[in-house]
Write a protein that binds this ligand. Structure first.
Ligand code: UD1
Ligand code: UDP
Length: 371
């Protein structure tokens, strides 16, 4: 008889769907191979992201098991959004009594699930544990610090993340498993190349455009920062494709029409389309966490529109420039990135993010509990 291990996975935001897809696949694979343990995973969607192109498209395309429930919490202030989630997740956990609550990253969905679980003594496993920006004004930094301090299994993507935890006195339950987003890129790139038509749809040619994403609250909610970034984008002498996050679309409003014809704004794209756009772009400008690493995996120079990053290894290795929102600092970095692109950019730091089997390692770490 196999021991059943019940997992409640809580996700709510775009990058979490992508990460959870890799781990759900690994659970299914583990179940086929283990004689001792069988994972029974239930996915709870908080409803933090709800537009079709911010949610459903990822479940469909990445074949993520259908959520057993969507809490439909929607948008709101931090307190309201997290509070509603907390109450609803607690009921689900009390009803299901899982062996583990599995959480991802640093969103309000992450924090709410961690808090709900720990208070009723259900252990928490945190994927992408140990990342730090050391900027406590970022809501994500608060979410990840709290989540890490109340998690029992801390599943770290990098050595730096392990060190960050050690510096906060956390050494028990820490596992360096690598980055599940790397698993995801390796698994999905061929599929993307076979199925995506985005380049033709948009009339784009390989290495003839820059790709930009902006959604970080510290940028969208600060007019000076947004102005600095948009000024830079409008000065860049190259077509720029900007799949726009709904937060940014709301902030910009009518300003969108004044950005000039070289900046093409489109709705958020699917993950497979995004991988293709990243791979074919010349330079990537972003304030996203995930996109910084995807730029590296796609071998495209990255300019990060933030004052700091959690993924410091890429900066040290010279693959990524962190420049903030100042127009001239951005333009300076873009010039350097453009030169690198022209000369054939190559940035390869071996073993930074694991071997593409991070999700398997996560399944093994959690599965060992059942032995
Ligand atoms: C959240 C995470 C952030 C992560 C990002 C991934 C927090 C605090 N932030 O930021 O760490 O990088 O997700 O994309 O959890 N909206 C829609 N439709 C949607 C979703 C959002 O219109 O489907 C709009 C709403 O106006 C909402 C705003 O976007 O108020 C912000 O959404 P929210 O989920 O609060 O934060 P994100 O900026 O998406
Ligand atoms: N992404 C996507 N479509 C888009 C923009 C981003 O599929 O239009 C993917 C991107 O490839 C990466 C993830 O979303 O895998 C990053 O999510 P986001 O930037 O929203 O959040 P962050 O990583 O900053 O938390």
């Amino acid at each position: 008889m196999k021991k059943i291990l019940k997992i409640v996975t809580v996700v709510g935001a775009r990058p979490q769907f992508i990460k959870a897809a890799a781990v759900s696949r690994a659970f299914a694979e583990f179940n086929k191979q283990s004689d001792d343990v069988c994972f029974e995973e239930q996915i709870v969607h908080t409803g933090q992201h709800y537009d079709e192109n911010m949610s459903k498209v990822f479940f469909d395309q990445l074949k993520i098991p259908h959520p057993s429930v969507n809490l439909e919490v929607g948008s709101g202030s931090h307190g309201r959004q997290s509070g509603l989630m907390l109450e609803k997740i607690e009921s689900i956990l009390l009803e299901n009594k899982p062996d583990w609550t599995l959480i991802y990253g640093d969103t309000n969905s992450t924090l709410a699930a961690a808090l709900a679980a720990v208070k009723i003594h259900i252990p928490v496993a945190h994927v992408e544990s140990g990342l730090r920006s050391f900027n406590r004004r970022m809501p994500e930094e608060i979410n990840r610090v709290v989540a890490d301090h109340i998690s029992e299994k801390l599943l770290c993507p990098t050595d730096t993340a392990v060190e960050n935890l050690a510096n906060e006195g956390i050494t028990k339950g820490v596992h360096q498993v690598g980055d599940v987003m790397y698993d995801s890129v390796l698994f999905n790139m061929t599929l993307a190349e076979q199925s995506s038509t985005i380049m033709d749809q948009l009339g784009l040619k390989e290495k003839s455009f820059y790709l930009a994403t902006i959604h970080r609250a510290e940028n969208t909610d600060d007019k000076d920062r947004m102005d600095g970034i948009l000024n830079a984008l409008s000065q860049i002498d190259m077509p720029i494709l900007l799949p726009i996050h709904p937060r940014t679309k709301n902030t910009l409003g009518a300003e969108i029409d004044k950005l000039g014809s070289r900046i093409k704004i489109i709705d958020p794209v699917s993950y497979l389309d995004m991988l293709i756009l990243e791979k074919n772009s010349r330079v990537i400008l972003t304030d996203s966490g995930g996109v910084q690493k995807e730029a590296y995996w796609a071998n495209v120079p990255c300019v990060t529109l933030r004052d700091e990053t959690e993924w410091t290894e890429l900066v040290t290795a010279g693959c990524n420039r962190v420049v903030g929102s100042d127009t001239s600092a951005i333009m300076d970095a873009v010039e350097k990135a453009e030169n690198e692109a022209a000369q054939g950019f190559a940035c390869d730091v071996s073993d930074l993010y694991g071997d593409g089997h991070s999700a398997d390692k996560i399944a093994t770490v959690l599965g060992e509990q059942g032995d």
